[in-house]
Design a protein around this ligand. Structure first.
Ligand code: BES
Ligand code: MN
Ligand code: ZN
Length: 496
């Protein structure tokens, strides 16, 4: 379950809650809520600032228990860093760490005054939404395949009220919808590949459609795709006993005759590399190779929950990439759905091979207003941008700008890489129209160039989320990115 969010107008001294959350800048500068708590308690905060116990360093947290003079049982004091440099990213970070601290306390609810601090360039609705989403991110726990924890008598954080001087219900409503989309994406991506296989993703999509009147879902199985000649997608799936599915969700929130926006998400439920087998260490991370699928499905969920006034389709090619006696091999020549022939030079460059057919299908079937794919496509993108920014590629400057700005707004940031024709020659093949790899240079871009061959005439953009879809490490979880970016992009479209 998502955290419950609400707005509250209670004052920090009189709020009746297990915990209030207030901010303190570096150098002992108190926010107005902290100052009010301080004077009501006869200096409980300033004393700790003077002693050095509270230093205001960004995202540091200190709990005061049962201070006299206020109604709340606890005060969580959160460091905001220097006020001069306080910005949107810091705001998100301090709210995330504040919520982490709250989840460690034996409390079921809290009231935060952190959404009422100034953030240059942002209004109250943005602050409430960003704070709520950060809190939900911190509160998410993966439990699906873990032993149920023994019922403890300690309450768990279930709700947060945000103090806001301005009424900002839009912020709360959007946060609730986007949080649900982010959770949907995280949960799906975190599941192991023996559970989350192509059929499982299809079931989740069908279940969601059945629960929402405005949503319908069609699923093509591999036999139907054979008839339709999905030659590239099906080749990737041939080595696996878990047969491919092509999932298409449709949401009608706009006029019946209005063209939809379209998302396509890479849904490789496990990527062994196939015959071009990946090395063993780290291969387990390739359960997240359906992060693009999870991301576009999550954004779809958010759009439906917000009831956006637009039409949207979400297409997911769901395929497992395995080595097998029947697997496709390097040097195979495939005929894609578009008719373009592809020489396979590496079976580990499989994402583009399922996406090209899914993009062709989406363009032909839905004639979308704009077509955006999200994919954990290349290790090269992680080398280029690290784990902070998704790679954005598009030949359409206006679409690229829209997406960059949605990413900036939600702090789910992307950074643009070029798709100049100069790179296309790296995909030359002596045996087919195009090769599926482009050599060692600019691997993220040549993957984008490959996709560009299948999206001509479309208003198309590609998000490489290989670095951003999950946190590294043995306990690394799916992040739910790029759900916030895509959801914001849709919000911006629906206002037009
Ligand atoms: N799913 C991987 C990309 C990936 C690798 C994402 C590591 C996140 C972390 C993709 O299918 C892949 O294997 N790409 C190859 C392409 C290469 C063979 C041209 C890669 O990046 O090495
Ligand atoms: Mn691969
Ligand atoms: Zn892959």
């Amino acid at each position: 379950m998502t955290l419950q969010f609400s707005l509250d107008t209670a004052a920090p001294e009189t709020a009746e809650t297990p915990c209030i959350v207030v901010g303190v800048y570096e150098n002992g500068l108190l926010t107005s809520a902290a100052a009010r708590v301080d004077s009501a308690t006869g200096g409980a905060i300033k004393r700790q600032v003077e002693s050095g116990d509270i230093n205001g360093k960004a995202a540091s947290t200190t709990v005061l228990f049962a201070p006299e003079g206020i109604k709340a049982k606890r005060v969580l004091v959160v460091g905001l860093g220097s006020q001069k440099t306080f910005d949107a990213a810091r705001f998100q970070k301090v709210n995330l760490e504040a919520a982490r601290a709250l989840t460690r306390l034996p409390i079921g609810s809290a009231m935060s005054f952190l959404a009422d601090v100034d953030v240059p360039g942002h209004d109250a609705a943005w602050r409430v939404r960003t704070a709520a989403l950060a809190a939900d991110h911190a509160a998410y726990r993966y439990t699906a395949t873990l032993k149920p924890r023994e019922k403890s008598s300690q309450p768990e954080l279930g709700s947060i009220a945000f103090a806001s001087a301005e009424n900002a219900p839009m912020g709360i409503d959007q946060a609730a919808a986007i949080a649900e989309g982010v959770r949907f994406a995280r949960e799906l991506a975190n599941l192991p590949p023996n559970i989350c296989n192509p059929a499982y993703i299809a079931e989740q999509a069908v279940t969601f459609a059945e629960a929402h009147d405005s949503v319908s879902c069609t699923v093509l199985d591999h036999e139907e795709m054979e008839k339709l000649r999905f030659g590239s997608l099906l080749a990737v799936g041939r080595g696996s006993a878990n047969k491919p599915k092509l999932i298409a969700l449709q949401y009608k929130g706009g006029a019946a005759d209005e063209k939809p926006y379209a998302f396509v998400g890479k849904g490789i439920t496990f990527d062994t590399g196939g015959i071009s087998l990946k090395p063993g260490p780290g291969m387990e991370e390739m359960k997240f190779d359906m992060g693009g699928a999870a991301g576009v499905l999550g954004a779809f969920v958010a759009a439906v929950k917000m009831g956006l006034k637009l039409n949207l389709v979400c297409v997911v090619p769901a395929v497992e990439n395995m080595p097998d006696g029947d697997a496709y091999r390097p040097s195979d020549v495939l005929t894609s759905l578009s008719g373009i022939t592809i020489e396979v030079l590496n079976t580990d460059a499989e994402g583009r091979l399922i996406l090209c057919d899914a993009l062709t299908y989406t363009a032909q079937t839905f004639q979308p207003k704009a077509l955006i794919d999200a994919a954990t496509l290349t290790g090269a993108c992680v080398i280029a941008l690290g784990k902070h920014a998704s790679g954005l590629m598009s030949k359409h400057d206006d679409l690229a700008e829209e997406l960059l700005s949605a990413g900036e707004n939600t702090l789910d940031r992307a950074w643009r890489l070029p798709l100049w024709d100069d790179y296309q020659a790296q995909l030359d093949s002596g045996f087919a129209d195009v090769a599926n790899i482009g050599g060692k240079h600019a691997g993220a871009i040549t993957a984008g160039c490959f996709l560009s061959r299948f999206t001509e005439g479309q208003r198309w953009a590609h998000l490489d989320i290989a670095g951003t879809a999950w946190d590294e490490g043995r306990k690394g979880l799916a992040t739910g990115r790029p759900v916030p970016l895509l959801a914001q992009w849709l919000i911006d479209r629906s206002e037009k």
